[in-house]
Design a protein around this ligand. Structure first.
Ligand SMILES: Cc1ncc(C[n+]2csc(CCOP(=O)(O)OP(=O)(O)O)c2C)c(N)n1
Ligand SMILES: [Mg+2]
Length: 534
């Protein structure tokens, strides 16, 4: 019975976003929306206008939006009904008028089956819209759907982009399409405009942490300064440019599973956190208030629970005992960790080897996660990673671009498969500008990261190496040497330290062979250590 809930949530969220007028063109797939709109109109939450022709409905919505200066929603059923919104959408795009085109759809698997009134309607508006948002009654919940409506409304209003226009909100409904209309009060984030001037003030900083995902240098520095100014625990990913200073907690990922992590009540989130499930879990907790400090017009909110989206934030001082408890737990964990020749040791050595005049680029696999448990830098460099989509493609090429752009010595920490994805970047065309770049390849002959995930469990053992581990048996040192790289293989911590002590000049590859065996158990042991800490 999720379709009635989805319909009621969309309508409740529209009201929460401040929508006053909705124009409805009736049909069957959008039945739950129609019933919810009728209820909302009867309650006086909004004003409903019903028109049988979608083109008339959408132009009426356009006029309502123009006349009121507010975003107006137009709601249709699936099929050709959708295309009838296109002329008004084109006009709204050209005129900069906020329209929400709410179109009901069949579930994705029905497309192409010949199911009644079913076409491929996502993308139907081409360049006429400023954004597309999708929801489905088959996945998500009230909070996630409301957050999606809020995202669509914010884009249509141009609150953060100063580009108001039509937004397509496509909603897939599965049977049963109707049922009693649920009464609910959807909560949506308070979204500030992107003027960089409005400062969000928080009354107290009790049980608050500053979390920083992948972020630019300026965002990272700002986040770190905020944490240090207020004396708050700083949970910073390796490519955040914030993982430094006394407030940074090296083992935050493990401590999120501890009783201390359970006490968090507010997260001030900068950048794009993607690295670990404990962080996703934290951002999804109903007892945690999430405030997103957004660098760009769009913002991340993986838990769909953001209470506010802001450009700037001011926090009062935190409780010194709160920070001290995190620092003590962090020290306790540092003392308990065992160090053999493994990915953690390599990542820690690489992080410690760079300084303020270097650039440090992380590949997107296990090594950046190992660096996420490395000791906090005393002399942090600028850090980079392709965490937008976390691909393992193009890493060395991107790092080369960073080296060329900055002119700084650039260190790249990546896995063997990640390097093999971008082997072409090992070629340095002789007529082209060069750079000083050093690669440390954690060579465990395959994808270590998968052994820490579900597919690494013993029941998938038979298939694991072939379809996840994928050892390639490649001699990367020989390949790099053939292409003119200075190469070195290190098999102990001391050898690695010595190799890293040399200045980064020209093109150097340090090969660090390690074993993938035992990764899963080591990760489980670390998580266990975290749970009992604090
Ligand atoms: C372009 C692209 N293809 C596939 C993936 C899925 N993927 C993520 S990690 C990984 C294996 C990486 O292995 P490696 O570079 O050796 O790093 P390790 O985990 O062993 O440290 C793969 C295939 C991806 N992220 N990006
Ligand atoms: Mg590997």
């Amino acid at each position: 019975m999720n379709s009635p809930l989805l319909g009621a949530t969309i309508v409740s969220a529209l009201v929460a976003c401040g929508v006053h007028d909705v124009v409805l063109a009736p049909g069957s797939r959008n039945a739950s929306l129609s019933l919810a709109l009728h209820h909302a109109d009867a309650r006086g939450d909004l004003r409903l206008h019903v028109r049988i022709d979608e083109r008339v409905a959408s132009y009426t919505a356009l006029g309502l939006a123009k006349g009121s200066g507010r975003v107006v929603a137009v709601v249709t059923t699936s099929g050709s009904a959708v295309a009838n919104l296109a002329p008004a959408a084109m006009e709204a795009r050209a005129a900069g008028v906020g329209l929400l085109l709410v179109t009901a759809d069949r579930p994705a698997e029905a497309i192409g089956t010949g199911a009644n009134q079913t076409g491929d309607q996502v993308g139907a508006f081409g360049p006429a819209i400023v954004s597309t948002v999708r929801v489905s009654s088959l996945s998500g919940d009230v909070q996630a759907w409301a957050a999606a409506v809020q995202r669509a409304h914010t884009a249509a209003a141009g609150v953060r982009t100063r580009t108001p226009g039509p937004v397509h909100l496509n909603a897939e409904f599965s049977p049963p399409l109707v049922g009693p209309v649920p009464t609910l009060d959807a909560q949506v984030a308070q979204v500030h405009g992107s003027d960089g001037v409005t400062v969000h003030e928080v009354d107290d900083a009790k049980d608050t942490v500053v979390l920083v995902g992948d972020a630019s240098w300026t965002t990272g520095v700002e986040a770190r300064a905020l944490a240090e100014l207020s004396g708050l625990p700083l949970l910073a990913e390796p490519s955040s440019n914030a993982r430094a200073g006394d407030c940074a907690i090296a083992h935050y990922r493990l401590l999120l599973d501890s009783p201390l992590g359970g006490r968090i009540r507010r997260v001030v989130c900068f950048g794009h956190p993607t690295l670990s499930r404990p962080v996703t879990a934290l951002l999804s907790r109903p007892d945690v208030e999430v405030i997103v400090v957004a660098e760009r017009a769009q913002w991340g909110d993986v838990g769909s629970r953001a209470a506010a989206v802001v450009d700037r934030i001011l926090l009062p001082d935190g409780d010194p005992h709160w920070l001290a408890a995190w620092q003590a737990a962090d020290r306790e964990l540092s003392g308990q960790r065992e160090h053999g020749w493994d990915g953690h040791v390599v990542a820690a050595a690489v992080v410690a080897s760079v300084g303020p005049d270097d650039e440090l680029f992380f590949g997107s696999s296990q090594s950046i996660r190992d660096a996420d448990l490395a000791p906090i830098s005393r002399r942090p460099s600028r850090t980079w990673a392709n965490r937008g989509l976390a691909g393992i493609d193009g890493t060395l090429s991107t790092a080369t671009g960073v080296a060329l752009a900055t002119g700084h010595p650039t260190t790249v920490l990546l896995g063997d498969l990640t390097l093999q994805h971008d082997m072409g970047a090992l070629v340095a065309p002789p007529l082209e500008p060069g750079c000083d770049i050093r690669i440390i390849v954690v060579h465990d002959d395959g994808g270590a990261i998968f052994s820490t995930l579900e597919q690494g469990a013993v029941e998938y053992e038979d298939a694991f190496e072939r379809v996840f581990g994928t050892p390639q048996g490649a001699d990367l040192v020989a390949v790099a040497a053939a292409l003119g790289w200075e190469t070195e293989t290190v098999t102990t911590s001391d050898e690695l330290q010595n190799a890293l002590r040399k200045p980064v000049a020209g093109r150097q590859l340090i090969n660090a062979p390690i074993s993938r065996t035992g990764r899963r158990d080591a990760e489980a042991a670390l998580r266990e250590l975290g749970r009992s800490a604090g």
